[in-house]
Unconditional design. Structure first.
Length: 365
């Protein structure tokens, strides 16, 4: 047994814990998503990465993308609920624990209550986090598969409600059957991002150590260097990591490759298509930020407001709002990335002859 195979087997059990949280109890047969709509104009189909970017300047593309995301939204409710519960549980329990510990007249009962609150947040927060994270992985993998298999997002938007439901159901069947494979691809991708992640941590620590808002008089006095390093190094590295994360998920769901080969392909495509992918990433990061709760937008105005303690009710409502809009924004964010990657992934798709849906449509069946 070679080292690569042994490495994969050693992590399969851990991967199953996360990705099987959203396992769908449907027929386990393998299937490939195929959609066919005849009323797609050739001018609506981008033929190049930059053609995909240019299509985003047209209102018709946004209308089709939002319509497709809304059609898929009902499949994301469960994952969004778990994700929201994770944020609210961890935040509220940590706030309650902190309030008790920092009270002036600290009693034994305060310590017990704080410990219970933190333990509650740890146990239930982590449970909801695993369920939400695993669920979103499956949801976004399924949506990516549909987008890559389609001719364009216009094709998805023009589907009838019944046909769209069938297509999405088949996509979930497909990714459910590949859940371990997807987890392993993301594991390899995470290993590749260890060094960039360390770089970001170091830059963040350097930046924080120079901020008088945090360390006051003990802050490092190094002038504008933290800002320069954050801009010149930090932003490109974070952008590259974000692009690679998106690309890895899409390749894992769409390409018929081994986990390591899929992670390598995602890395290659991220480098080859970096500039168009970076542009759409900036657009949708800005869109996600603007769609945040008003309290979150106000908090990001300055460092002082960022580290300022917020009202517990307001922050909890912010988590609820983020969970609500995620069912549209998360799929919408992946749409232009799938559009850009689609031509490059065509050669690595699983053959349509493997699809039970395709077999069922064969004459004589």
């Amino acid at each position: 047994m070679n080292k690569d195979k042994l490495f994969e087997l050693n992590f399969i059990a851990a991967v199953r814990i996360v990705v099987s949280c959203s396992r769908i109890s449907l027929h386990p047969a393998s299937c490939v998503v195929t959609v066919t709509v005849s009323n797609i104009s050739p001018k609506d189909i981008p033929l190049s990465p930059w053609g995909c970017v240019r299509s985003m300047t047209k209102l018709a593309w946004w209308h089709a993308s939002v319509k497709a995301a809304f059609a898929f939204a009902p499949h994301c409710f469960k994952s969004a609920i778990y994700w929201t519960l994770a944020g609210v549980t961890v935040y509220v329990s940590s706030e309650l624990g902190t309030i008790k510990v920092t009270s002036q007249a600290l009693q034994l009962n305060d310590l017990l209550v704080a410990g219970a609150a933190l333990l509650f947040g740890l146990v239930f927060g982590m449970t909801f986090l695993l369920l939400g994270f695993g669920g979103w992985l499956m949801c976004l993998s399924a949506y990516s598969k549909v987008l890559v298999d389609a001719t364009s997002v216009f094709e998805i938007a023009n589907l009838s409600k019944e046909k769209a439901h069938e297509i999405f159901k088949n996509a979930f069947l497909f990714v459910d059957n590949k859940r371990v494979h997807i987890g392993l691809v993301l594991l390899y991708s995470s290993l590749y991002m260890i060094f960039p992640f360390i770089v970001i941590i170091a830059i963040g620590a350097f930046k924080a150590a120079s901020m008088p808002e945090i360390f006051q008089q003990s802050a490092l006095k190094v002038g504008a260097w933290p800002d320069i390093v954050s801009t010149v190094v930090g932003i490109p590295v974070v952008t590259a990591m974000t692009i690679y994360s998106f690309t890895s998920l899409i390749v894992a769901a769409s390409a018929n490759l081994t986990p390591r080969a899929a992670a390598n392909l995602a890395l290659s495509l991220s480098w080859k298509l970096f500039f168009p992918l970076a542009l759409v990433t900036f657009v949708f990061v800005f869109l996600n930020a603007c769609a945040g709760a008003p309290s979150d937008l106000k908090q990001m105005i300055s460092v002082d407001t960022l580290i300022q303690k917020q009202n517990m009710t307001v922050k909890s409502l912010s988590h609820l709002w983020q969970g609500l809009i995620s069912i549209i924004l998360f799929p919408l964010t992946l749409t232009p990335v799938c559009e850009i990657l689609r031509p490059s992934l065509r050669a690595f798709e699983i053959p349509a002859t493997d699809s039970p849906a395709a077999e069922a449509s064969t004459p004589g069946e």
